[in-house]
Design a protein around this ligand. Structure first.
Ligand SMILES: [Zn+2]
Length: 586
């Protein structure tokens, strides 16, 4: 039920909302004192979970010019209703702050969802994957690329070039693991990329070769090796880039997400730079965005850093020319999107770097340290991918040393993933002021594959949320699509509480946290991770009006139903950016 104040509002409804007498309402309405501002939007008669410092729960919110004007009981907020106010009677429904996803890859997510990539997530057998690839080849003109995303097997020998050559020798093909860190190419693709038995491993990556023949098997581990192939592949044009960003953003908005951190903003994908900034400038995105630019090595880090933040050259020829343009010509817009720099220590699955199972490190310690110092010294926030326990300790060593040489308070450097850190590492995370960007939703879809971690659970926890909180470590939550198949934030809230895999295995219940704690992490925690805790993350006076109306109440539904709670409306800066059809509220 939605109305324009008294113009459309039924008097009885208004009575119900305000709880005032008829005379009181009319008098109150007509006599709004000039000092009382009128809201553009009022949500009333609901359960408003504010996630303020004491997690107050109230009934109503008034919004003006995109910001929260006031929060409180129905009566208190009714005085902000004026002639032009849009009033939504929540009829008891629950409102929370907009959820904030601290780790996503919007361009790749959009390209996977809108069909640019053949989507392989959820396809369980190798035969089925090969069949889908063959179907795609059948529809693709000879000589054109076939690009697929989302092999979920953690085996590095799941596919090889012979499997893919049996699908087609007339199309070059690249099939990438869901995490994006490795992929399989067919012979045609290897030939185009010039990869043969003599090709050396690019630094930080591996071209897998057959032990007896020395020929490449088709497996390419980590971005430098993958990029040998990728640089020959078609890239989306500007419109396709915008389409895919909007496609992904709308999916998120429909799940109550109002802000997303793109944690792998690729400087090698310039077509997305302009798309991001243009969509933001035109306020077309139904989300707020923060970008962490991925830095593949020290050489590129130095060059990008100079071009973006030091060079006075007018407009140097560079893949990042659009970024340079926005930084200089519209610094306010640039700052609103810029999060910092992203680095990676290890990969995912078998390329993650564990003490008892060394994976593939992208950098030598010295390079890692030099890259980190470059950004740390200059005051930037750095977000670092580290999955394995050894990878986590390696980056903590680097951060500790950098902080010793160049002490900085409040840097909020982030570790992305930290799947199962050593217990002793938590003390150092806290001491160094780290933010851990974690993903409890991974229990749901990947937990059954972590057999090794299950066995070692007595020794250290997997996604140890309770221990993190006890150790006073700042947490943020992100879904990591398209690396992770499920992007719904409700699954993260549910799994932070339940820790149960699809197969029914429950990871250490002593590491469960409450739904209140989980919601706080996925709102205020993620906001803190991007230095935005004073702007978003809670429903408090003066903050941006990012809110979600839900069909049920996270705080009272049974834990196994948390993941099924649905967003009915998503509100960004006071504007409704998603409306669920078929609801009474429409
Ligand atoms: Zn990721």
């Amino acid at each position: 039920m939605e109305k324009n104040a008294l113009k459309k509002i039924g008097r009885r409804d208004f009575l119900k909302i305000s709880g005032l007498t008829t005379v009181g309402i009319l008098a109150g309405y007509t006599r709004i004192e000039s000092s009382t501002p009128t809201g553009d939007l009022v949500l009333t008669n609901g359960k408003v979970i504010t996630v303020d410092p004491v997690d107050s729960i109230t009934q109503s919110v008034a919004v003006k010019e995109g910001k929260i004007l006031q929060v409180g009981g129905n009566e208190k907020i009714s005085k902000y209703i004026g002639l032009g106010t849009k009033v939504i009677d929540l009829m008891g429904k629950t409102v929370t702050p907009g959820l904030i996803d601290s780790h996503a890859h919007l361009p790749f997510f959009g390209l996977r969802e809108n069909g640019w990539f053949l989507k392989l997530q959820g396809v369980s057998s190798k035969d089925e994957i090969l069949e889908l690839l063959a179907q795609r080849a059948g529809k693709t003109p000879k000589g054109e690329w076939i690009s697929a995303w989302g092999v979920e097997s953690l085996s590095l020998s799941y596919l090889n070039k012979d499997d893919l050559d049996r699908v087609t020798t007339e199309h070059p093909m690249l099939v990438v693991f869901t995490g994006g860190q490795w992929g399989f190419a067919n012979s045609h693709a290897l030939r185009i990329a010039g990869i043969n038995k003599y090709t050396p491993n690019p630094s930080g990556s591996r071209i897998k070769k057959d032990l007896s023949t020395g020929e490449p098997t088709g497996l390419l581990i980590h971005y430098p090796a993958l990029n040998l192939v990728r640089r020959h592949m078609p890239v989306p044009d500007h419109d396709q880039a915008e389409d895919s960003l909007l496609f992904a953003a709308k999916l998120y908005a429909a799940e109550g997400v109002t802000a997303v951190h793109d944690n792998f903003f690729s400087l090698g994908s310039p077509y997305f730079h302009k798309a991001y900034f243009e969509l933001a400038a035109l306020e077309k995105m139904p989300l707020r965005i923060k970008l962490w630019a991925y830095m593949p090595n020290f050489h590129i880090s130095t060059r990008v850093f100079q071009l973006l933040f030091e060079s006075k050259d007018l407009y140097p020829k560079s893949e990042i020319k659009d970024l340079i343009f926005y930084n200089r010509e519209n610094p306010k817009l640039f700052t609103s999107l810029w999060g910092g720099f992203k680095m990676a220590v290890d990969g995912g699955g078998p390329t993650s770097h564990w003490y008892n199972k060394p994976g593939v490190c992208l950098h030598k310690q010295e390079e890692l340290s030099n890259m980190f110092k470059l950004f740390h010294k200059a005051g930037h926030q750095v977000s670092v991918h580290a999955v394995g326990d050894n990878a986590v300790d390696l980056i903590l060593d680097v951060i500790e040393a950098a902080n010793r040489d160049y002490p900085r308070e409040g840097h909020r450097h982030r570790i992305e993933h930290a799947l199962s850190p050593k217990t002793y590492s938590l003390e150092r995370m806290n001491r160094l002021g780290m933010v851990i960007s974690t993903h409890p939703q991974w229990f749901f879809a990947w937990g059954d594959k972590w057999s090794g971690l299950k066995m070692r659970e007595d020794f250290f926890g997997v996604i140890p949320l309770k221990s993190y909180l006890k150790s006073n470590i700042s947490l943020a939550i992100g879904a990591d699509p398209p690396a992770f198949p499920v992007y719904k934030p409700q699954v993260a809230l549910a799994e932070a509480v339940n820790r149960v895999t699809q197969g029914g295995y429950r990871f250490d219940p002593s590491e469960s946290i409450s739904i209140q704690e989980a919601l706080k992490i996925q709102t205020m925690g993620s906001a803190y991770a991007s230095f935005q805790e004073n702007e978003i993350g809670s429903i408090e006076k003066g903050k941006l009006a990012d809110m979600v109306i839900w069909d049920r109440d996270f705080y009272t539904v049974p834990p196994d139903k948390i993941k099924d709670v649905k967003a009915e409306r998503t509100i960004l800066g006071g504007k409704i950016v998603y409306r669920c059809n078929g609801t009474k509220l429409s």
